[in-house]
Design a protein around this ligand. Sequence first.
Ligand code: ATP
Ligand code: MG
Length: 663
Amino acid sequence: MTAALPVERLLEDLNPSQREAVTATSGPLAIIAGAGSGKTRVISRRAAYAIETGAVPPDQILLVTFTDKAAGEMVGRMTTLGHRGVMARTFHAAALAQLRHFWPGRHDGAPLPAVLDSKLRLLVPLIGRLPGGYRFTPAKDMADTIEWAKVRRIRPARWVHEGGDRAPIPADLFARVYRDYERSKSEAGLLDFEDMLVQTVELLEADAEAAALVRSRKRWFSVDEYQDTNPLSERLLELWLGESRDLAVVGDPDQTIYTFTGATPEFLLGFADRHPGARTVTLAENYRSSPQILELANRLVAGGPRGALRATRPEGPRPAVHRFADAEAELREIVAWCRAVGAAEVAPAETAVLVRVNAQLPAIEDALTRAGIGFTVRGQRFFDRREVREALRLLRRDRPAETGGALVAAVERLFVERLGLDDVAADAGSEGRERAASLELLLGILEDLAAADPALAVDAVLAELDRRQVAEATDSADGVNLLTYHRAKGLEWDAVYLPALDEGLLPIRQAKEDEEIAEERRLLYVGITRARRFLALSSSSRRPSRFLVALEPPRAVTPRAARGVAGGTAGRAAGRVRVLPGAPMATAAVPDDGLLEALRRWRRERASTDGVPAYVVAHDTTLAEIADVRPRSLPALRRVRGMGPMKLERYGPDILAVIDGAS
Ligand code: ATP
Ligand code: MG
């Protein structure tokens, strides 16, 4: 332990509300505050303050974080404050350690069962036995729904009554898969991720001795990102707490972004009711972002009872809001923007591009690679994805002999027949969409290669994909950060770019209910509030996101006037950030409902003639985009997202006829 400094140092650079929270070291405490207001900072200071004032011995503290990475950082912060060895863990990691300790004593000496690294292994065969097209339901989406059920403690037998229609397949079928999954898991002697919490909860509920021992070890708790706790982790927390009242929870209801896994901000909002005598502190000042960025964030999310975010940082350049006619123009801007913020002396590692889904990343990776800009993929890499690995294996094994355009068609046929492209229920959930998007993306790469080289053979394709895989894998640890909004939680960078703010991506197509749309809005709020000085938002679709449209400055149609004022030392670079208007569009496209209706009718008929589900013929967004764009030729139709060569061949002429008939 480094030398203990006077305790005042822990308070010096805090504002009065932060100080109030740090010095409230006993009893229940809720810190409800907006992004960048110092919540996470307060947690570490408060723990250090409690130790140094003798409120709690260091070894009785448990700081609960949302991810293992955040736990590591918290330990780092405590070490810097002179308190090495204070425990920071996720709910799961802490529960697992307890289970491991108690399990043998309660199971005739048997060690803790292995933890299933992924539900998919058990789910895939069960899904394969489902009737008809349901057998193509992505296992990941089934796994998400099982997780949702388990954190709400809904058993398979109760699913039909309590699960509503949230499963990707009919409730009775889902209940069956869920039941069989639980059965095969226990037959294999395994636990899954939620079981770690379920089993710990059951242990502590049933075994007073174990509960007493656990409570004697840790009795002073802080939970960060508490707006995303779920009923199961909340129950565990209650059991850990026992009679102790030393619980501090920290969160921002407007950053709730995990409701699809069963999380709910109700625990944060109802904290004072459940813990009589609780103190509630709100933090209003933001220490992260420029006033210009906060103005945007406050326009997107009003902040409710905790109020708007108040700026304390110096003025910065006004966030750029662009609309581009196509994805290429947007990618060019991302590259130019990375260079421009680099020229403003922002290190690549202090720069991030955030996306809604992983499948958006490869196009960006490729653009950066071509431009010689290093990047770091945070989270899953494209070439590590299961379907991408399957696709590459397939190409290596099958080696289609065709060349050029015929090769593209042959590969697409392979993907359709062997990997279920076209059958993937992209409407069913996030994984279906990601899987289809990955395969489409590989085909897109092939098409580009074939366009450049009509004699393209499979060897050249494999060599190019290898090159990209290596480029992705050798991501420089200090490159531009590429990650999803969900992963960006709690983090911050000097410069943040939020591309593809398109209807269908953000808000994501599956979000239909008001509550789901509200969560998409919160995601964008999380994205915007990650930025310290530079922020850019853009759309490259005919249907820009409703959120982007609402955030555009009034005169957005004249690109230069719209992207204004730079401030401070960043002036020149910000000026460069503002140029490159690409091809902004004057108005949002107005959907043609008559044509859309006609397209839907055609889809219904075609699906029933072919005996396939409607989504196999075309997705809703594809039809919507066709209705917008009204393509008059096959090449024009090909440019609509979701119209691969196979679909073009099968349905292209029909679709053009529908368009013709409707005009
Ligand atoms: P999020 O909601 O995004 O998780 P947060 O509320 O947890 O944000 P922190 O990450 O703790 O906010 O702090 C945001 C930034 O502001 C950090 O860089 C932190 O060091 C800085 N900061 C916090 N409080 C102060 C302060 N009183 N003075 C100066 N800087 C501060
Ligand atoms: Mg935080």
